[in-house]
Design a protein around this ligand. Sequence first.
Ligand code: NAP
Ligand code: MG
Length: 401
Amino acid sequence: MKIAMKPIVEMDGDEMTRILWQEIKDTLLLPFVELETEYYDLGLPNRDRTGDQVTLEAARAIKRLQVGVKCATITPNAQRVEEYGLRQMWKSPNATIRAELDGTVFRTPILTDRIKPYVRGWKKPITIARHAYGDVYKAVELRAPAAGKAELVFTGPDGEQRQEIYTFTGPGVLQAMHNRDDSIRAFARSCFAYALQQGEDLWFSAKDTISKVYDGRFRDIFQQIFDEEYAEAFRKAGITYFYTLIDDAVARVIRSEGGFIWATKNYDGDVMSDMISTAFGSLAMMTSVLVSPHGYYEYEAAHGTVTRHYRRWQQGEKTSTNPIATIFAWSGALRRRGELDGNAPLCAFADALERSSLGAIEDGYMTKDLAALCPDQDVRALDTEGFLGQIRTRLEEGLKA
Ligand code: NAP
Ligand code: MG
């Protein structure tokens, strides 16, 4: 009998990951689970057709159902507008969903004994918490076409504040960005709560020596919320919180053993999570979960739509695309659903799915990207279907036991 569940939000995506999405469902989910999802097609053609309404609807559905799982999606650029004949250069779906949920993205590498991190000292995962709102992702930009004066103007109830930015003597560029106290507070609370839940230290980094007002505000809000709401719980749990400059944090991260949460501003998290995932082995081995301050969870792989593989797939070639992060997005969402509903069989299925996936790798069956990371070991590089088949065999055995 298949495992029953309450619905979650399913967001389909683009290119190679869209192919993977269907294969994972067919091979690893539908045979075992009475999969209940509210389906939203976030593939680029449908986003264009709906004027990107589908993305907003999916985000709102997450608020209703509390759990979502998302496939990687294309963030359009000029080339994509041309390729897909888009009506508009639609915004990043992830940015739209993050803005709607006002959550924090936690990214954690998936470790196996087979793959040794590039940084020899790293023994445990490093989780990056990325603030999911504002800064350069909500910036407005201008090209200054010629000489002129640029000013920052704020008009509030008590009148106007003005600050000169720069007096141009020739053409140049300008950018203005913002963040909100309430979003920074929500970010801080998700990070403190997640650290407590994981029992791991929390680091927060910014650049308040240069950005005294903007980054200084982040630092102060974190410290105030920590002192007032979390210091006692952290002490009891035997974990610590500290703030440090981003450059100091980078140096400490490299020298660390891992096993902590590193809270970062939006852009730092974007960049550093790619660095961390690559250094742990592969971008294809990084999970990502958006946690809203209200307790809504959205799971996805950290990597993109793997366009280069898709181009080969379109030519009729088999590809060896790593499905692990996408599988873990599903297992994360199903486990979360199970925890919310007290659905133990669903949680057990999620565990079995993860064990089978890692089990296949431990036994030496893996995709090319991983095989390339264990050159001295006796391993077999399989195509995607072959690898999914290995996971399927182990999953069937695991569920029988
Ligand atoms: P990408 O899709 O992450 O792929 C970059 C390269 O990393 C691939 O060419 C591949 O290397 C390797 N790779 C990534 N995931 C892999 C996997 N599962 N298995 C095996 N190899 C994997 O990044 P991109 O090519 O820069 O971006 C492609 C599209 O994805 C863009 O349109 C971008 O907007 C979108 N994107 C979406 C998200 C999201 O939805 N969360 C995130 C990032 C990017 P080799 O080719 O060397 O094998
Ligand atoms: Mg990135």
